[in-house]
Design a binder for this molecule. Structure first.
Ligand SMILES: Nc1ncnc2c1ncn2[C@@H]1O[C@H](COP(=O)(O)OP(=O)(O)OP(=O)(O)O)[C@@H](O)[C@H]1O
Length: 246
């Protein structure tokens, strides 16, 4: 059930969804990833924080198989799906066709079920242009869900949404991941979002993983709990933000 993404060095251990060793990536003279080691367990919700331009998206793209590393080993479970900041729907296809794009026609029922799961029962025949931003992003989630990913890659999936919709989508993703248990890699700028959702939060800085902290708090998480505030403070300080801590 697993396959090497690049440079195979053997099978990924069964309990892991992602295993990265000595990963290096540069664009011209700019070294973006400089010896990243990372294990993500199956079913683990992992969040990657970091200042802008530190290589979070590059790491995610390498995990997705869209970018080649310069050196290192990347092993990952086979079924990997990405949800981006923008929904990336095909305007000339209806919602259900977008969800099941590239899948056999037998997947239509699963597509309808996925739409129901993201709260879009009855949306199958709508056109993307008629959807709100939040609805379109739910369709993107359904399109990921129907592929039953072992690794769900989320590249700032809530960043373009208004604040209320973002909170609703975070709840939805938490619920879906609780039910389906993919390994999740969430790239986000939002410390609060990372601490709210993830089992484990890592800060990417200067090409390496600087802080790696397990968030062992029950869901749904109480943002007023002292442990929540402590975790938020820790990550903000590692991102160089201290004035905003209260
Ligand atoms: N295809 C590319 N060609 C040249 N440089 C690139 C390419 N992709 C990324 N970079 C550079 O690599 C660095 C890391 O980019 P990346 O998008 O991974 O950062 P990020 O942490 O995701 O940033 P942000 O949080 O702003 O999205 C940046 O300096 C970026 O300009």
């Amino acid at each position: 059930m697993s396959e090497p993404v690049f440079q195979p060095r053997g099978e990924i251990p069964g309990e892991l969804a992602v295993q990265v060793r000595g990963l290096r990536k540069a664009f011209g003279p700019k070294i973006v990833l400089d010896g990243v080691d990372l294990d993500i367990r199956r079913g683990e919700f992992f969040a990657l924080l970091g200042p802008s331009g530190t290589g979070k998206t590059t790491l995610l793209r390498i995990l997705a198989g869209l970018e080649l590393p310069d050196a290192g080993t990347v092993l990952a479970a086979r079924r990997r799906t990405t949800v981006y900041q923008e929904p990336r729907l095909i305007p000339a296809r209806r919602v259900l066709a977008n969800v099941t794009l590239g899948l056999p026609s037998a997947a239509r029922e699963a597509g309808r079920r996925a739409l129901a799961e993201v709260g879009l029962d009855g949306y199958a025949r709508k056109w993307p242009a008629t959807l709100s931003g939040g609805e379109a992003q739910r369709v993107a989630l359904a399109r990921a869900l129907v592929r039953d990913p072992e690794v769900l890659l989320l590249d700032e999936p809530f960043a373009a949404l208004d604040a209320l919709t973002r909170l609703q989508m975070q709840d939805l993703v938490a619920e879906l991941c609780e039910r389906h248990r993919p390994a999740v890699v969430l790239v986000t700028h939002d410390v609060e979002e990372a601490v709210r959702l993830a089992d484990r939060v890592v800060v990417l800085r200067d090409g390496a993983l600087a802080v790696d902290r397990t968030i062992d708090l029950p869901h749904p998480r109480d943002r007023n709990a002292p442990e929540f505030a402590d975790a938020r403070r820790l990550f903000l300080s590692h991102l160089g933000v201290t004035a905003a801590v209260h």
